[in-house]
Write a protein that binds this ligand. Structure first.
Ligand SMILES: Cc1cc2nc3c(=O)[nH]c(=O)nc-3n(C[C@H](O)[C@H](O)[C@H](O)COP(=O)(O)OP(=O)(O)OC[C@H]3O[C@@H](n4cnc5c(N)ncnc54)[C@H](O)[C@@H]3O)c2cc1C
Length: 275
């Protein structure tokens, strides 16, 4: 049972409380009640971590920025594009988006978390603070096994997304109802040059224990002439049998794998329209 609810007014204060009380960080609070039963909750929503700004050619998003703030942000539209914002819009319901934060979505202990999938194709970095200082790590540090243990004494304070001249994010999510969590999600960030795939970033969510970049497929396409035939051939070359599919009570593992191939074909075909 929660005995103490503390509002931290800065990241330093939150980290001190984390060290001294053994409490648990709470941001939007939409998942924390399901995942832990702590004595102390340390609320970081008053720690001045709610902002979206441009800095040194990167879009910097504070950890307690809500999904709703991201959806409404002109900076996110301008620099990350419609595809990114549409992806965030498909996370839960409007009510959830008004509470859930970007930091919270990265930190939740579920294989179906959607935002890291989008952040993987944007090659985002995450600023992590401890009482000993701060570290800037690629988002992959929080999509690797053991990320929850790794986060234990840390606070996500910022997400830093390098802004490229042409961003073309596409997003596909497969689930049962509009507000249900993903059975499968895929994101791409593609640019073409003289009909060749120039930048190809592909990430898959909910298929395995953690979201991941499908680098084998990226390599099959990169610098090659764009065509639907090439997409088909590249998909055939992936060793699907080696992928450890995470179970989902709504569908079988085979079904999940088949849906992955369908969504990838669909999203890469959309990518043929990229510039
Ligand atoms: C009905 C419903 C539908 C949903 N649908 C989707 C969906 O479609 N896609 C999807 O991705 N998610 C979905 N979710 C999950 C939702 O997105 C998460 O609950 C939310 O993103 C968590 O953010 P939060 O700010 O509420 O985190 P909290 O609940 O406050 O915290 C979650 C965890 O993260 C830790 N944490 C939070 N912030 C930080 C930080 N800055 N640094 C370190 N640790 C931190 C907390 O200690 C806790 O362990 C759904 C949830 C519900 C209830």
């Amino acid at each position: 049972m929660v005995k103490q609810y503390i509002y931290a007014t800065s990241s330093e204060e939150a980290l001190d409380y984390l060290k001294n009380t053994g409490g648990v960080i709470v941001a939007g609070g939409t998942t924390v009640a399901l995942t832990s039963k702590p004595d102390t909750l340390i609320d970081i929503t008053r720690a001045n971590l709610n902002y979206i700004k441009m800095k040194d050619n990167s879009l910097v998003i504070g950890a307690t920025t809500t999904l709703g703030d991201i959806i409404k942000s002109p900076l996110c539209y301008q620099y990350l594009g419609e595809g990114f914002v549409q992806g965030v819009k498909q996370i839960g319901s409007r009510q959830l988006q008004n509470m859930a934060t970007i930091g919270g979505n990265i930190a939740i202990p579920y294989h179906w978390r959607d935002l890291p999938v989008l952040l993987l194709v944007l090659e985002a970095k995450v600023k992590l603070e401890t009482t000993n200082g701060e570290n800037l790590l690629p988002i992959e540090a929080l999509t690797a096994d053991g990320y929850r243990t790794f986060l234990k004494d840390k606070l996500i304070t910022e997400i830093i997304i390098p802004v490229e001249e042409k961003v073309n994010i596409e997003w596909e999510k497969f689930t049962i109802t509009a507000s249900d969590v993903s059975i499968l999600s895929v994101a791409t960030n593609i640019t073409l040059n003289e009909n060749k795939w120039k930048r190809v970033k592909i990430a898959v969510g909910s298929l395995t224990k953690n979201p991941f970049r499908l680098k084998a497929l990226e390599e099959e396409l990169l610098n090659k002439e764009k065509s639907i035939e090439l997409i088909d051939k590249a998909l055939e070359k992936i060793h699907w049998e080696e992928i450890k599919v995470f179970p989902d009570q709504r569908v079988s593992k085979d079904y999940k794998l088949n849906i992955t191939k369908v969504l990838l074909k669909r999203i890469l075909t959309k990518g043929l329209r990229a510039r």
